[in-house]
Design a binder for this molecule. Structure first.
Ligand code: B12
Ligand code: SF4
Length: 463
């Protein structure tokens, strides 16, 4: 083993919003920062790193495995972050059973399901728990020193009998080097003016307790503050660098909660805006936040610095959903949040989680009442509000392993499937029937769309 081992990092395949195999069109595709952060920390300690970003290339599991095998490296770290995308990650792992080098898995889902995953994929060397910048650097150091990975804090290793030793969450996010973005040159604004937005992470974690979410399960494995912000200067330094080096003018804040559900978080957001204006940067950005965090004054101030869109995680269709989802928000706050976005004239996006095991059909109208109230009887506002709905009324609750609602549905005897992929039964027969009809209609529509696309496409060789 050389004293500077080479680490190969892999963003596991998935096909979300990406025309597979159609080249480098960075449209509708979100940049993932996990592997970028891990890479830059390793590089800052002098280790060699390569990232294989399978979704970026549109590579499926087999092609990704072939690419991995064709590289020279001492350890491969695979980011299996999403439970929903795990089927593709699992197929990739099955292709790698005979790999000589150690394989480490990491990310949200891998952290939460570490025991089951190491049982089901025994050829894995370890699973990185939680945020792993420091852990992976220690892995590389252990390899360089010829030590076993079981000595590394923050790794779950099969040979360890005791509970895994985890690391505290990183409190000083400014101390982390900016994420390594080897492909940024390809999707910079000048090459993809319509679609290129750089992801940027201005804080980590969330203080919310939504019952369908796994952020608490992921963070709960480590000690430390639930919401941790970067300083405004450090955030804007990164934005400025991305503009100067790559020409980005659009940014997507991928924080779980950009505003941090506190006065401090609100002031920090305003300071970010002031810093952007002070430096004279011309840019636009969008943020995700909760309904209990926004008001017109705040949004207008952010808009002056370039705020273009707000994604509100409304989620609750009805009064009873607010309780079931443990949102910690009220319907009044939801209405006020929509109004605030409209009145500040930034683009509105939001979603509901519509189908869940306890849904009663007579709750449906509550969505429309809420949206109507938010429109205050103005038909133009109502149209704008309807356009902002990202999921329509067809979104399902995805039961995620480690979420509080998983336990509730299980205790009620309604959960089906296993830790990798769940489905559920409905309590009310009328809901079950309506759900079937809705899904059947959706399938038919997709079929009709596919058929008409096939018929209208010119046959090969004739065009
Ligand atoms: C960008 C994003 C997406 C993009 C994906 C982009 C891409 N190119 O891959 C898109 C839009 C596709 C997406 C979709 C979804 N997403 Co999403 N997404 C995110 C988001 C906002 C940012 C990810 C990111 O860049 N994080 C920043 C990095 C630095 O953090 P990190 O990923 O945790 O990485 C650290 C550790 O996990 C670890 N680590 C990561 N990889 C590895 C690898 C190794 C080897 C090791 C050791 C460690 C390690 O170290 C990293 C550095 O500290 C996160 C929220 C968030 N802020 O994390 C949600 C998040 C990941 N998404 C989530 C969810 C729920 C979804 C959806 C299911 C939503 C939905 N209902 O539709 C869908 C899934 C797709 C589907 N419908 O089938 C959940 C994850 C839940 C879970 N347990 O699976 C998150 C955490 C949001 C939340 N709080 O609920 N998402
Ligand atoms: S506000 Fe968002 S990130 Fe926070 S707990 Fe709720 S769903 Fe999760």
């Amino acid at each position: 083993m050389n004293d500077k081992p080479k680490i190969l990092l892999v963003n596991a395949p998935h096909n979300f919003g990406w025309p597979w195999g159609k080249g480098n069109v960075y449209r509708g595709f979100y940049e993932y920062l996990g592997t970028g952060y891990l890479a830059s920390s390793l590089m800052s300690h002098g280790f060699q790193v390569e990232i294989i970003n399978a979704p970026y290339h549109g590579w499926g599991p087999q092609k990704t495995a072939t690419e991995i095998r064709s590289r020279e490296f001492d350890l491969v770290g695979i980011s299996a972050n999403w439970q929903q995308f795990f089927p593709q990650a699992a197929s990739l792992l099955e292709e790698l059973t005979s790999l000589k080098q150690p394989i480490i898995l990491g990310g949200h889902f891998s952290t939460i399901a570490h025991e089951n995953l190491l049982r089901d994929f025994p050829f894995l060397s370890a699973i990185g728990l939680g945020e792993c910048e420091a852990t992976l650097v220690d892995c590389a150091k252990a390899l360089a020193a010829g030590k076993s990975l079981s000595t590394v804090k923050g790794l779950y290793v099969v040979s360890n009998d005791s509970q895994p030793a985890t690391r505290p969450l990183e409190e000083d996010l400014d101390s982390l080097p900016f994420p390594y973005r080897p492909e940024a040159e390809n999707y910079r604004y000048s090459k993809n003016p319509g679609g290129a937005a750089a992801s940027i992470l201005a804080s980590r974690g969330c203080n919310g307790n939504c019952s369908f979410c796994t952020v608490h399960a992921f963070q709960g494995i480590s000690t430390g503050s639930r919401w941790r912000p970067r300083s405004p200067e450090n955030v804007v330094d990164e934005m400025e660098m991305l503009q100067k080096d790559f020409g980005f003018i659009n940014y997507r804040f991928v924080d779980e909660d950009f505003l941090g559900r506190s006065e401090y978080g609100r002031q920090r957001a305003l300071d970010i805006a002031r810093e952007i204006l002070k430096r004279g940067l011309k840019l636009s950005f969008e943020v995700y936040c909760r309904a209990d965090e926004v008001d017109v004054e705040l949004l207008k101030a952010l808009k002056k610095a370039g705020l273009q869109g707000v994604y509100l995680s409304l989620d609750a269709v009805s009064e009873s959903d607010l309780e079931l989802y443990n949102k910690g928000t009220t319907r009044e706050q939801m209405i006020n949040a929509i109004r605030a976005v409209l009145e500040s004239q930034v683009q509105l996006a939001y979603s509901f989680i519509f189908w869940h095991p306890y849904r009663r059909l007579n709750e449906i109208h509550q969505v429309y009442t809420l949206l109507e109230e938010a429109s205050r009887g103005n038909s133009q506002d109502y149209t704008t509000i309807l356009k902002g709905m990202q999921t329509g009324l067809i979104s399902d609750l995805e039961v995620l392993t480690g979420s509080p609602i998983e336990k509730q549905i299980e205790n009620d005897g309604l959960l089906r499937g296993n830790y990798r992929q769940y489905s559920y039964d409905f309590v009310h027969p009328a809901t079950k029937a309506a759900y079937r009809i809705m899904k059947g209609y959706q399938r038919l529509r997709r079929l009709a769309e596919n058929t008409s696309n096939t018929l209208s496409r010119p046959t090969q060789g004739k065009s």
